[in-house]
Design a protein around this ligand. Structure first.
Ligand code: CFM
Length: 545
């Protein structure tokens, strides 16, 4: 029975909270979780190590998804003109079908397969006798019906277990069809400890099979790739609006509102701007090694962060007219932002928030809360790696049994297409002036001392945290939404944005301020009573304990 849970912790002590969160675990589990729950020391040059990207302990209700979700759903899902064919039982396809609010603009060609659910619909007999024939038939059928530019085949768990050779099938079908690029992803759900493994698999295959395929020159003076932006709730549309205003040509977004042609032309950009570091850093690195395109970290969540990111892009191109134009855009956009802040601030200042999302938003969204005068008292990722917490200086990380499953592809400078966009001296001069390349500081340095940084938070711990620290708002996903609301605390989904958004860029920031103001000041939650406030808590014990 928890005892301190009944104490009303007005002035909470992070050490007590941590102890309380793991108090009910068996000793071995508690020891492991203790390494994933960190009381932030926010040290200047050094951050303490956090355990991340490790298996969730069986029995714990994790917030994570599977490797297939990371590959098919996250990276490849937002590309409208590739047929994403799921090889597996229908359930895997169905639950990746329009469940992530990545939006798209069909464009003049109108090619858009996003609202379809393509699956081989594997049956028992396929599991027993093999599913290859069924896959070949499905690829042919998709081609005959739609004549797409490309078909991506995604392996679900049973495919890996029975050993269907999806890569050979893809190769043969590509040859047979002639005008359709067919490639496959060994992204079985069990391949890694979370969806993060799926990101890596998707990065590798897109780079191997698509990037560099289109050499038709792309016009534009300031050409960039926007990596790790998925157009959830229209975020990418807002960012593209700002880019257009600034005169930035976005060659390819990986992968919000993207097309096959964008991926195929990515090698023509002169800079990669990385938004979600976790999901796409592999492509950023490979583009640099193979084609000579440097990358910088950006963040378009938060008005100040957006301005800062635009300035970084402008700085890179070293063109005064462009720098001036970017400044003009910022000056035009900021008054509305400032007015919105002035409106909400008296109601939001001093309120507290918790953010537990994916592998980058738990960091990025802190910018928006800061702008509203709110304090993030606890945050963490579901599946990020140590570099997303502590910064890229901790790289390379130790390869363990789970990461060994994921292919690392060796990339070399392309004999024809490699050309360094900046000389070594130019890059050094820019670094000296404050523009950092291949750099990400991670979440920890941005959080205050004494806050709790928690990796792979689970349902039990989430409830404990909320019960003890009573934040004014809790941000996570649909699985957490209702259990948190039942605790009397407003909950905002930061994966799907509930039905809201965009929250990126300047206009997005304004949307977010109003939404959070509405939520943290809503009276409705204070009328709710948690069950334990009225009835004594029931506690059970396992017989074999
Ligand atoms: Fe990157 Fe994402 Fe995220 Fe992510 Fe995701 Fe997402 Fe996310 Mo949900 S790619 S790591 S795997 S920013 S789907 S758009 S919201 S968990 S924080």
């Amino acid at each position: 029975m928890a005892t301190t849970a009944k104490k009303k912790l007005v002035q909470w002590d992070p050490t007590d909270i941590k102890a309380e969160m793991i108090a009910k675990y068996p000793p071995k589990v508690a020891r492991k979780r203790a390494k994933q729950i960190m009381i932030n020391e926010a040290l200047e040059n050094e951050t303490p190590e956090i355990l991340a990207n490790v298996r969730t302990i069986p029995g714990i209700i994790t917030m994570r998804g599977c490797t297939y979700a990371g590959c098919k759903g996250v990276i490849m899902g937002p590309t409208r003109d590739i047929v994403n064919l799921v090889h597996g039982p229908i359930g895997c396809g169905f639950y990746a079908w329009l469940t992530r609010r990545n939006q798209t603009e069909p464009g003049p060609d109108g090619e858009n397969y996003m609202n379809y659910c393509f699956s081989t619909d594997m049956q028992d007999s396929d599991i027993i006798f093999g599913g290859e024939k069924r896959l070949i038939k499905a690829i042919q059928e998709a081609y005959d019906l739609f004549h797409p530019k490309a078909i991506g085949v995604f392996a679900t768990c049973p495919v890996g277990l029975i050993g269907d050779d999806i890569h050979t099938i893809a190769k043969n079908m590509k040859k047979k069809l002639g005008d359709c690029n067919v490639f496959a992803f060994s992204c079985e759900g069990y391949k890694g400890v979370s969806q993060s493994a799926g990101h890596h698999i998707a990065n590798n295959q897109v780079f191997r099979h698509v990037v560099g395929e289109n050499d038709t020159p792309k016009e534009g003076e300031f050409k960039i790739n926007l990596l790790g932006e998925y157009n959830i709730g229209g975020d990418g549309f807002e960012i593209d609006r700002i880019f257009k205003k600034c005169g930035i040509t976005n060659i390819s977004t990986f992968s919000g509102n993207s097309t096959y042609d964008q991926f195929a032309s990515a090698h023509q950009a002169d800079l990669s701007a990385v938004m979600c570091h976790r999901s796409i850093n592999y492509v950023a690195d490979m583009l640099e090694v193979k084609y000579g395109i440097p990358w910088i970290k950006v963040n378009f969540i938060g008005a100040e962060a957006t301005a800062k990111s635009l300035r970084k892009i402008a700085m890179y191109f070293e063109n005064q007219a462009f720098i001036d134009r970017v400044e003009k855009v910022i000056a035009e956009e900021m008054p509305d932002v400032e007015a919105a802040i002035a409106d909400v601030l008296p109601r939001t200042k001093g309120k507290t928030a918790m953010i537990f999302v994916g592998g980058s938003r738990a960091h990025h969204y802190q910018e928006l809360f800061k702008e509203m005068g709110m304090k993030v008292i606890s945050a963490g990722y579901e599946f990020a790696h140590r570099d997303d917490y502590e910064g890229r200086q901790v790289l390379p990380l130790k390869v363990d049994a789970d990461s060994r499953n994921i292919e690392e592809i060796e990339v070399e400078a392309d004999p024809n297409l490699f050309h360094p966009r900046k000389s070594k001296e130019e890059l050094e001069a820019l670094e000296k002036a404050g523009l950092q390349f291949r750099h990400y500081d991670g979440l920890i340095p941005d959080m205050e001392k004494g806050t709790l940084v928690i990796d792979d938070l689970n349902q039990h711990e989430a409830e404990k945290l909320v019960e003890l620290m009573k934040p004014d708002i809790f941000c996570a996903g649909i699985k957490e939404k209702f259990s948190i609301q039942k605790l009397g605390v407003p909950m905002k989904q930061l994966h799907s944005y509930d039905s809201g958004g965009p929250y990126a860029g300047f206009k997005g920031a304004i949307n977010f301020y109003h939404e959070i103001d509405r939520l943290v000041n809503s009276k409705v939650w204070s009328y709710m009573k948690a069950p334990w406030q009225e009835n004594p808590q029931l506690a059970g014990a396992y017989v074999w304990e």
